[in-house]
Structures are given as C-alpha cells and as structure tokens.
Design a protein around this ligand. Structure first.
Ligand SMILES: NC(=O)c1ccc[n+]([C@@H]2O[C@H](COP(=O)([O-])OP(=O)(O)OC[C@H]3O[C@@H](n4cnc5c(N)ncnc54)[C@H](O)[C@@H]3O)[C@@H](O)[C@H]2O)c1
Length: 361
C-alpha cells in the first residue's frame, strides 16, 4: 500500500490539470489532502474528464496559457506553491505536424516560462517536468532506451519534448544548483519520460483506447491505422504515482533529482493491434476492429521501448497493474461513463484500489 499523506496540506501547482492525466492527478492529490492550484487552458476535449471529475470547485482553478508568463507568474506569486508538476502541453503527434509552431511555443517556451516562474517564486522546492518516452533519437531497435541516451525526437511533438528536456537541464545547472556563496537556493528538479498511458476518461483524438470506446458507443467497427506499432502502454495511475514519488522524495532529499523513464514492464509493451485485441476480449460483444494501415500517414515511431531500470533501482518501483488489468479498469470506467454513472466515485474507487495494491514509493 502507498500512503500519500505526505501531501496533506502541501501546496501543489499543476499545469495541464484540465487534461486527461492532469485531472486524475488532481483527484489523487485532493484525496491526499493537498492544496491544489491548476493552471491550464480549458479542457482539450468535449466531453472532458475534468468537467465530470468534480475537482473544479475543490481547487484554485485558473484558466491560463503557459505562453503567457506574466499571468503564470501572477498565479505563482499569489498561490506560493511548494511543489510544481508541469503537464501542460500540446501532446498529439499528428497535431504537431499540423501546427508545429504552436507545439514548440507551448512545449518549449511554456517550459522556459514555467522555470522562470519557479526561479522567481521562493516557496517552490520541488519541480517535475513531465515529458515523454518519445524524447529519444528513435533507432527502431528492440532494447529499451536508457535515460543517458541521445535526445532527438523525430516529429515536432517528440522533438519539442526533447527541447523541453534540454531547457530543464540548462535551468538545473544554471540556476538551481545550490551555491551558498552566490546565494543560489536549492530547487530540486526532475524530468519524467513516460510511455503511452491508457485509462478511463481519455477522450483525445488519435489515441487507440479512446478510439475503441468511441467505436463501441457509435456501434461501429474500429479502423486501426497503425496496428503494428509497438508502444510501452501503462495505466494512467502508474506514471502519476511515479511523478508524486519523485516530487516528494526530491523535496525531502534533493539527491533524488534526476531524469527518469517511466514505463511498463517489458512484457506489457505491445502492438496497437494487440491492445485492440485485449480491449475486445475484455469488452466482449459490441466491439471489433480492422487493420486500416495508412501508406501515406505522417511518420510516427514504429518501435519504442523504455528501459525502466533506474526507477526500479532508486524507488524499488514495480508496475502495479499489468496491461490486462489496465484495460480492465479502462473498460470498467467506460461502462460507468456510457451508463451515465457516478464518475468521481468511479475515479476514487480506482485510485484507492491502485494505491492499496501499489507496493513501492
Ligand atoms: N497521454 C499520454 O499517453 C502521454 C504519454 C507521455 C507523456 N504525456 C505527457 O503528459 C502530459 C499530459 O498529457 P495528457 O494526455 O493529459 O494531455 P491532454 O491533452 O489531455 O492535456 C493537456 C493539458 O495541457 C493544457 N494545455 C495545452 N496547451 C496549453 C497552453 N498553451 N497553456 C496552458 N495549458 C495548456 C490543456 O488545457 C490540458 O490541460 C503532456 O505533457 C504529455 O506530453 C502524455
């Protein structure tokens, strides 16, 4: 069992709190008793998990753009966070081909702006910048990438996240390394490079599990455009618990600050087609899919694995839910959603079950 009571009464600022991962994270933190401020654009999807999660009136909810440093600084100054979790991003590969400039502005300058706000806010002690497994130069190889390998994502989304990593590295070295003589204070800063997440309440376009749920509710066969691409899939609560663990540990002891991969066990890295098959066997009657590979689709990595040896060693991490369980939980959530059930209650049920079964931290 993992106990998040360390967060009780702590002031946490989350960017991207209106998104899929941000909403689950906000609910986890509220359950732990944290005082949460969220800074994001309006929810990126309609329907939106944020709007159905019941968190909005329990936090300081600010609609703001990470490209607007003055507004973000005002929120930092007013709320004086101790812990900052940076999730706001344009996170869709295909959208990054459509609008690379916006993707870079949000994902790179947004990170610069965030770290400037951190520099100018003495209360901040711990920062986690959430990037992605796509930050590495992808050589389409079988072995998982380690944290010390070359950062050079291919498409504008992946590459903007590689840049966000490099920006973070520079700020750490230039501004956040403690130097008593120069009066430079300590802020512990880490990045976390997570694999693809699945879970209830993701309504984004161009993601396989939301596509499965949409196909079910429309009563249509799902067309899978990339069934042979291999990705490290994990349940959304897995990386969120790792982010919270890093933020907590490094606040207590800054020697934990580092760059961390966050992915599933090797056997849970599957193809998109295998994932659709798992969804099918878990959902049962009413879902089916077909191979609709696109010859002229924009480039996306075919094979992507992560080496998660570091989090295993440093935090004694191990995955709590394997891929089957992650799909089962997503199906359970989706049934509640499609039946018009109680979403906050279902979120809390899954969070409590997950924290009860998790054994590290
Ligand atoms: N979903 C995944 O599989 C996955 C995998 C690895 C990493 N990530 C990373 O996790 C983070 C969250 O992803 P998600 O799946 O929840 O995405 P999402 O699209 O559901 O949420 C994105 C959030 O960022 C906010 N946002 C976007 N542009 C903004 C801007 N200019 N200013 C302020 N806020 C802005 C949105 O309002 C939203 O709150 C992202 O940084 C993403 O790159 C996601």
């Amino acid at each position: 069992m993992v106990d998040l009571s360390w967060y009780k009464g702590r002031k946490v600022l989350i960017t991207g709190h209106t998104g899929f991962k941000g909403t689950w994270l906000t609910r986890m933190l509220l359950n732990a008793g944290a005082i949460v401020t969220g800074y994001s654009l309006t929810p990126p999807t309609d329907p939106s998990l944020f709007e159905m999660s019941g968190v909005e009136d329990k936090i300081t909810h600010v609609t703001g753009d990470v490209r607007d440093i003055d507004h973000m600084q005002k929120v930092f100054s007013e709320t004086e966070p101790e812990i900052v979790l940076h999730l706001a991003a344009q996170p869709i590969v295909r959208d990054s081909y459509k609008d690379p400039r916006y993707t870079y502005e949000t994902n790179v300058m947004g990170t610069v702006n965030l770290l400037e706000c951190v520099r100018n806010t003495p209360s901040v002690k711990s920062v986690v910048n959430v990037t992605t497994d796509k930050v590495y130069l992808n050589e389409e190889r079988q072995e998982g990438y380690r944290e010390d390998e070359k950062l050079d994502g291919f498409d504008p989304y992946s590459n903007s996240k590689s840049c966000s990593e490099l920006v973070t590295h520079s700020y750490k070295r230039s501004f956040f390394t403690p130097d008593m003589e120069k009066g430079i204070r300590t802020v512990a800063v880490s990045t976390a490079r997570a694999g693809n997440v699945i879970g209830g309440g993701d309504f984004a376009n161009d993601r396989i599990v939301p596509d499965c749920v949409r196909a079910v509710s429309a009563g249509k066969k799902l067309e899978v455009r990339n069934p042979y691409s291999v990705r490290p899939y994990q349940h959304v609560l897995e990386p969120l618990l790792v982010y919270l663990t890093i933020a907590m540990k490094q606040e207590i002891d800054p020697s934990y600050q580092d760059y961390y991969n966050v992915g599933p066990n090797d056997e849970d890295t599957v193809t998109t087609g295998e994932l659709a098959d798992l969804f099918k066997s878990c959902w049962g009657e009413g879902f089916d899919w077909e191979d609709k590979s696109e010859a002229d689709a924009p480039h996306e990595a075919g094979l992507l694995r992560l080496n998660c040896g570091k989090i295993k060693k440093v935090f004694s991490w191990k995955a709590t839910w394997n891929i089957e369980e992650a799909i089962r939980k997503t199906v359970e959530f989706s049934r509640v959603y499609l039946d018009g059930g109680d979403i906050p209650c279902e979120m809390d049920r899954q969070i409590n079950e997950f924290l009860k079964e998790a054994t590290y931290g």
